[in-house]
Design a protein around this ligand. Sequence first.
Ligand SMILES: [Zn+2]
Length: 179
Amino acid sequence: MNCPYCGYHDSKVIDSRDVSDGIRRRRQCLSCSSRFTTYERLQPASLFVIKKDQRREEFNRNKLLTGIRKACEKRPLPTGTVDKLADDIEAELYHLGKAEIPSAVIGDMVMERLKSLDYIAYIRFASVYREFTDITALKQEVDTLVSSEVEAPSSTAQLPLLPAEEIKGLAKGRGRRRI
Ligand SMILES: [Zn+2]
């Protein structure tokens, strides 16, 4: 990058810091000593989503984030979980190196991750994404989930539906009844 003041071709970096979507560098021209700032940002190749009706729409991270956030609303997930999930999926999508990706693939990726994170969020997302039209279809999904619970996911990865104290309380209650 040439110096904007004298046009000299070389400069040194005197400060460098991460900003939200890239790196900001403060530079000093090696010829005239003027200071200027450059930004370095990742420019992802554009990615298009093929919707159900075959229309193409540019991939929108915010849209993905909104969908996941809605599903995870009021669930006991650590701060940043939703953003990390969206980041992971976005990274994986770009990593595929394709110009177009069916929306169903993205939906499946979200469901796969939510399933190992929080069942309630998963069911919420699935009910929107799979457009369950009746309660029977939704029940089927829940039943599948319950029957597959043995192999997936591990009990430590899955957040308990009841707080630990409550579970302890229940166990105690049972013990007392036995006496
Ligand atoms: Zn200069």
